[in-house]
Design a protein around this ligand. Structure first.
Ligand code: MLT
Ligand code: MN
Ligand code: ZN
Length: 304
C-alpha cells in the first residue's frame, strides 16, 4: 500500500497568490531554499492504479497533472480516482470536487453527516454537482467502525473525532458537533501497518492521543510554528488555536507531543506558507530533524 502526498501546504498553498511574507517572496525571487507546495490532499492506493483521494484541494488539477499514476488511461475517459473521502468541509479540502464534474458516473463521496450538511447549505457543492456527474453519498460516522472503499479491499479507514469547529462559512460554525472534523487511521489489513492523517489538529483528546500512539506513521498538523505566527507577521489577526491548529514549538506544542509517540515516521503536513520549517536551512527545520520529525513535500510517497 502506498500513500502519495499530493498537496503538503495549508490553505493558500506556497507561495500564496497575494502573499509577500518572507517565505512567499523568497520562493518567488529564489532567495530562500524551499520548494513550492500545493494545497492539502493525499491519495491512497494498493495497486498504483485505483486511488482514494483524501480531500479534494483547489489545486487538484495541478496535482493530477503532476502525478501520472492518477491517470491509468484504461478508456477514452478515465481516472485512477475511484472515490473521495473528506475529513472536513474546509475550502482547501472540498473545492476540488467541482473539478471532477466531467465524470460520466456519480462520484463516490465519503464524509460525515455534518460535512454533507455544510456541502448542501453554506457551500452547496453537492447541489451544484447534481447538475453534472452527481455524487454517490456514503455517510461516515465519526468514531464509527473502520470501513473499506471499493475497489481497495486491503485497506481500512477509521474515522477519529477531532475537537474543532466547522468552517467559517458554515451555518453551525459556532455550534460544533462531532463529525465537523475527523482524523483518519489508514490500515493496511495485510501488513497490519497503520497511518494517522490529521492535517488540522488543534486539541489532543484522549482518543486522538491514543490513536497517535498506536500507529506506525503520523501525518499530522504542520500548519504553524508558533501560536501568534500570523499576527506577528501581520498576515492575520487569528492565533493558531482559533484556526484549529496546534503550533509546533513551545510547551505542549506538536514537537513535544511527537516526542512521546513511538511511530516509525513522524511527518508534518498542511504547512502554512508563513512557517519557517519550509526553509530547508532554517534553525526550526534543524530542530525538527533533531527530533526525528520530517516535513512533507508534494510528491512524497509513503509505503505502508
Ligand atoms: C485552515 O486549515 O485553517 C485552512 O487552511 C484555512 C483556509 O483554507 O481558509
Ligand atoms: Mn486547511
Ligand atoms: Zn506567505
Amino acid at each position: 500500500m502506498n500513500i502519495r502526498i499530493l498537496g503538503s501546504a495549508a490553505g493558500g498553498g506556497f507561495p500564496q497568490w497575494n502573499c509577500n511574507c518572507f517565505n512567499c517572496k523568497g520562493l518567488r525571487d529564489g532567495s530562500i531554499r524551499a520548494s513550492a507546495r500545493t494545497q492539502s490532499s493525499i491519495a491512497v492506493s494498493e495497486n498504483e492504479t485505483d486511488w482514494v483521494l483524501i480531500n479534494a484541494s483547489p489545486d487538484i488539477l495541478t496535482q493530477i497533472r503532476s502525478t501520472h499514476a492518477l491517470q491509468p488511461a484504461r478508456a477514452i475517459r478515465d481516472s485512477g480516482i475511484c472515490a473521495v473521502l473528506l475529513i472536513d468541509a474546509q475550502i482547501d479540502h472540498v473545492t476540488g470536487l467541482l473539478m471532477l464534474r466531467e465524470r460520466s458516473t456519480p462520484l463516490p463521496l465519503y464524509a460525515t453527516e455534518q460535512v454533507f450538511a455544510d456541502l448542501s447549505t453554506g457551500l452547496p457543492i453537492t447541489q451544484v454537482l447534481s447538475h453534472y456527474c452527481g455524487i454517490e453519498r456514503h455517510t461516515v460516522r465519526p468514531d464509527g467502525e473502520p470501513f473499506v472503499i471499493a475497489p481497495l479491499h486491503q485497506t481500512s479507514f477509521s474515522p477519529i473525532t477531532l475537537l474543532s469547529k466547522a468552517p467559517p462559512y458554515s451555518p453551525h460554525r459556532n455550534n460544533p458537533h462531532p463529525g465537523d472534523n475527523i482524523g483518519i487511521v489508514i490500515t493496511n489489513r495485510i501488513s497490519g501497518q497503520t497511518a494517522f492523517y490529521a492535517p488540522g489538529l488543534g486539541i489532543l483528546t484522549p482518543e486522538v492521543s491514543a490513536a497517535m500512539a498506536s500507529v506506525d506513521i503520523l501525518l499530522v498538523d504542520g500548519t504553524f510554528w508558533t501560536e501568534d505566527e500570523m499576527i506577528t507577521l501581520g498576515l492575520s489577526k487569528k492565533p493558531a488555536s482559533e484556526m484549529g491548529h496546534l503550533p509546533q514549538s513551545g510547551p505542549g506544542g506538536m514537537i513535544e507531543v511527537l516526542d512521546r509517540m513511538p511511530a516509525r515516521r513522524k511527518i508534518l503536513i498542511h504547512i502554512n506558507n508563513s512557517n519557517p520549517i519550509l526553509r530547508e536551512d532554517s534553525a526550526q527545520r534543524a530542530l525538527l530533524a533533531q527530533h526525528g520529525i520530517e516535513v512533507a513535500a508534494d510528491g512524497m510517497e509513503i509505503a505502508l
